[in-house]
Design a protein around this ligand. Sequence first.
Ligand code: GRF
Length: 198
Amino acid sequence: ASVAILISGRGSNMMALVEQARGYRVALVASDKPDAAGLDWAKQRGLATWALSPRGIGKAAYEAALDTALRDAGVGTIALAGYMRLLSDDFVARWRGRIVNIHPSLLPKYKGLDTHARAIEAGDAFGGCSVHVVTEELDGGAVLGQSQVPIVAGDDADTLAARVLTAEHALYPHMLAEFVMTPFDRVRDTALKLPEVE
Ligand code: GRF
């Protein structure tokens, strides 16, 4: 299976996905930020990279170019890894059931930003991360797998983020390998949304 990894920044999850690739091949590392630190790392590893800023050209033109780059690279699955831009409904529909993301919370808790601060503020005993199918709803698609870590006395958002990040690097490659092997209509049909248990 050929996978593209989309990043916007340092790309530590992308590195984990590359280093622990099993059952999939990283055909492209793509970014909406031409200066994303992770791109240099990917280039040094000899991986194909693509970058374009939507600034100036607009979202539709940016996504059309991204779509072309993905198809040219023969990509079948997209893994978002610290990709900080919302994909349009149109783009998600064109790649329906073929996009996954890692989110630094135990979904359905704390969709969106500032997940660690919100978990600490709520007095939660655990934080964690979730790998989920990407749908039109932000951080709302079927959860494929999660990993939890304890929240300990004295934790702030940074210390918790670091602990969760280690868990992310272990979880994501495993879940992506499983996802690309899953028969398409088992979990990928986004009409199928797993029940949310709070
Ligand atoms: C990770 O915590 C990821 O879960 C979130 O953004 C962060 C990206 O970090 N979506 P990195 O770029 O993979 O190092």
